[in-house]
Design a protein around this ligand. Structure first.
Ligand code: NAP
Ligand code: 8YV
Length: 327
């Protein structure tokens, strides 16, 4: 902590549960104001008058922004910021920041773990050992699926998508991708449509952001295009998937297996997904190591400190890049 950090008497609103390291730094370097949740009806007169920043896991809508007339910056803890109304923030001249890059490698590692768990059934094999089945019944059955001979498609070839692709190159698997725009200088096959990508591969990894442009983009048609040997992995956002269609395609063997780290209504996982055969599930742990969450916490708070001490954000989201500090 620097002297500059110590001398910032700025009220930062922190809704609900928050990261301990980030909350500790806000306490030491700024002035933390707690609120149970990001609900405009809980905003007090004192908050209306004094709050100039928010630090949050997300979930900041237009009504909450409007309840804080002196708000200047929303520091989102996480690279995905689909649950912050950035368009409204930009219209009001409010900066929004996120935490890119510092979590890229961790999330890519998790994606590879989830892919292998899904295809080679490693969590089930461990349960087989632990529950005594190995002793009682003999060897765990051979996995029906293998990574060998697969063709990988990445939906969302951004920072994390690229880190996943680099790892999969070492597995000697062909890689293709779909984004709205081709990535200049990247030699992987580009598909201008998600359907085109899904038809060309048998293993689709989604690491696209949430939001209106990707809402339920992975639907029955896309899953069907993967074919009966198809595997779908989602490490991006649950909202990009039609979860009912996914459960149905697994139940009727339209595709072979799926692995999910993210869900549309976390922490609630729909029963059909829990019941689906050949499904590997994780509770949104893509970036969840102490090391990486600490780096995310530091970047989240560094954005606030930089904004209030130097008038500039370190990692603004593109929608608010042009927002200027008010002084
Ligand atoms: P990024 O660098 O911005 O990459 C996102 C990619 O998605 C870009 O290449 C973008 O390309 C593409 N994209 C965006 N909208 C699209 C659309 N409508 N159709 C097709 N492609 C689209 O972001 P990142 O750092 O890699 O993070 C990606 C996402 O991962 C985050 O937004 C977050 O939701 C998720 N995430 C999850 C975890 C976890 O714990 N599971 C952790 C971190 C991040 P174009 O703009 O050219 O389309
Ligand atoms: C975190 C994430 O779980 O960065 C993201 O977009 O989804 C994850 O790293 C989340 O942001 C913490 O709430």
């Amino acid at each position: 902590m620097t002297k500059t950090e110590q001398s910032l008497p700025v009220a930062i609103l922190v809704p609900g549960q928050f990261n301990d390291h980030a909350a500790g730094r806000i306490d030491r370097t700024l002035r933390q104001v707690k609120i149970e949740r990001a609900d405009p009806s809980l905003v007090t007169d004192d908050m209306r008058r004094t709050v100039r920043g928010i630090a949050s896991f997300g979930g900041i809508n237009a009504a909450f922004i409007d309840a804080l007339p002196n708000l200047e910056i929303i520091a989102n803890f996480g690279v995905g910021y689909d649950s912050v109304d950035t368009r409204h923030a930009a219209q009001r001249g409010i900066m929004v920041t996120n935490t890119p890059d510092v979590l890229t490698e961790e999330v890519a590692d998790t994606a590879i773990g989830l892919l292998i768990n899904t295809i080679r059934e490693l969590p089930r094999a461990e349960t087989w050992l632990r529950d005594g089945s190995w002793v009682r019944e003999g060897n765990y059955p051979l996995s029906r699926l293998t990574l060998r001979g697969r063709a990988i498609g990445i939906f969302g070839m951004g920072r994390i998508g690229l880190a996943i692709a680099r790892r999969l190159e070492a597995f000697a698997l062909p890689i293709a991708y779909h984004n709205r725009r081709r990535v200049e200088g990247l030699s992987y096959d580009y598909h201008p449509t998600l359907k085109g990508l899904a038809s060309a591969v048998d293993t689709l990894i989604s690491v696209a952001p949430g939001g209106a442009s990707t809402e339920k983009a992975v639907n029955a048609e896309i899953l069907q295009a993967l074919g009966p040997n198809g595997v779908f992995i989602n490490i991006g956002r649950g909202s990009t998937v039609d979860e009912a269609a996914l459960a149905a395609t697994l139940a009727n063997k339209t595709i072979a297996a799926a692995g999910l780290d993210v869900f549309a209504d976390e922490p609630n996982v729909p029963q059909p997904l829990l019941d689906a055969p050949n499904m590997s599930l994780l509770p949104h742990v893509g970036s969840a190591s102490e090391h990486t969450r600490r780096a995310m916490a530091d970047l989240c708070v560094d954005n606030l400190v930089s904004w209030f001490s130097q008038g500039r954000a370190l990692t603004p989201v593109p929608e608010t890049e042009k927002v200027k500090a008010r002084r």
